[in-house]
Design a protein around this ligand. Structure first.
Ligand SMILES: Nc1nc2c(ncn2[C@@H]2O[C@H](COP(=O)(O)OP(=O)(O)OP(=O)(O)O)[C@@H](O)[C@H]2O)c(=O)[nH]1
Ligand SMILES: [Mg+2]
Length: 375
């Protein structure tokens, strides 16, 4: 039987065959006699110019947006400059969305929550983009693939755009790609950007640095142990949301909410001039979802008035620039053979106690300056 392989638009350029699905070719001749159906291969994807990308994005064309994101996510050095030029071109059309980060331990209900919130917002006329920052996806093969099926209704919603996590690579890796994807989605007219990340590592700090509002979903039964959630994550939050407040769990959720309110009382709020509160909701029954969204709107309004909204965004842009420089230097240093050879040599001297670390650092810096900056 003849099969053709179909690769969805959002598949990363270097994604292998696990992203493909098989499509059976049509039969020759159809019932109404309209001739033969195409047994020939589908035409190769048309190559897009930067003008095509720019126009398509600004018109809100989802297929072109997907392909533009694939360009941005590409690890091929030849794609870097055109991708940057594209971001530069659409930049005047960005910044119009509210950017919301959503984190929480695996299984807390992030995807279900996003599905419920996303559908509610689309019904209210918003255009919602859902992005994921998942540093483990390059290892696990993209965990949001599973989420696509979990976000069953949102996936079918024409006003929503769901993009799985990029795989890492050089030139800024996941962080750069996610930030630039966010900008492209804004240029394409999405006015709500939801960024999901799993709350188990560095990714929360990354997401905090690219969103306006950061939400931590938790489960009932906080107590003293904070259910394994580090105090650090709570300190990043603009809202704590106790999910699964339904059925028998509802009462417990209210107690947990009060516990968190207590804890928050002693912590410094993540955003100057904003009091982080704890709320309850059920992503399954949708109870409380709108209330949580109203908190986001209140935040936007209040922080907009105080000017902190803009201040944070410009601070984030500066941090982004600094991160890019650091990552570039890190990459150059890691790639340089002379530096790594010298580093291993000096490392041995430090290990054996022959050279103090400060002196060793100075020696490595001298090699770096010679190699990278020709000093
Ligand atoms: N009762 C109840 N179950 C929920 C609720 N929200 C999510 N669940 C269930 O909890 C399980 C995990 O939900 P997900 O949305 O996949 O959780 P997640 O945080 O995205 O998980 P990861 O993507 O693995 O990090 C699923 O079986 C959901 O049906 C809720 O509000 N109430
Ligand atoms: Mg999920």
């Amino acid at each position: 039987m003849a099969y053709d392989t179909y690769r969805p638009d959002w598949v990363p350029e270097d994604g292998d065959s696990q992203f493909s699905c098989r499509v059976m070719t049509g039969v020759e001749g159809v019932k109404d006699g309209a001739g033969t159906t195409g047994t020939a291969k589908a035409p190769a994807r048309q190559k897009l110019t930067l003008d095509d990308y720019e126009r398509g994005i600004l018109e809100g064309n989802r297929m072109i947006l997907s392909r533009a994101i694939t360009l941005i996510e590409s690890n091929a050095p030849k794609h870097f400059d055109p991708a940057q030029e594209l971001v530069q071109r659409v930049l005047p059309h960005t910044g119009g969305a509210i950017r919301v980060g959503i984190t929480g331990v695996p299984g807390v209900g992030k995807s279900t929550f996003i599905e419920a919130l996303g559908c509610t917002l689309c019904e209210a006329g918003h255009k919602v983009a859902v992005l994921a920052v998942d540093p483990s996806s390059s290892v696990s093969g993209g965990s949001i693939l599973g989420d696509k099926t979990r976000m069953e209704y949102l996936t079918r919603e024409p006003r929503a755009f769901i993009r799985p996590s990029p795989s890492s690579g050089t030139l800024g890796g996941v962080t750069r790609k996610s930030r630039e994807t966010l900008l492209l989605c804004e240029a394409a007219g999405y006015d709500v950007i939801l960024v999901e990340t799993v709350g188990v590592g560095q990714s929360e700090t990354t997401v905090r640095s690219m969103v306006d509002f950061f939400m931590v979903l938790v489960l009932t039964g906080a107590g003293d142990d904070l259910q394994g959630i580090k105090k650090g994550i709570i300190e990043l939050a603009d809202a704590i949301v106790v999910n699964k407040a339904d059925g028998d769990n509802r009462r417990k959720a209210l107690v947990t909410r009060a516990d968190y309110e207590q804890i928050l009382h002693y912590l410094r709020p993540a955003t100057e001039g904003w009091t982080t509160g704890a709320y309850t909701c059920s992503a399954i029954t949708k109870e409380g979802i709108e209330d949580v969204w109203n908190v986001v709107l209140r935040f936007k309004e209040k922080m907009g008035r105080s000017g902190y909204f803009r201040t944070r965004r410009s601070r984030q842009a500066m941090e982004w620039m600094d991160t890019m420089v650091k990552e570039y230097l890190h990459h150059r240093v890691a790639q340089d053979q002379a530096i790594s050879a010298k580093r291993s040599e000096i490392q041995r001297l430090v290990e054996s106690g022959e050279t103090p670390p400060t002196m060793a650092a100075k020696m490595i810096i001298e090699v770096m300056e010679r190699e990278l900056f020709c000093r």
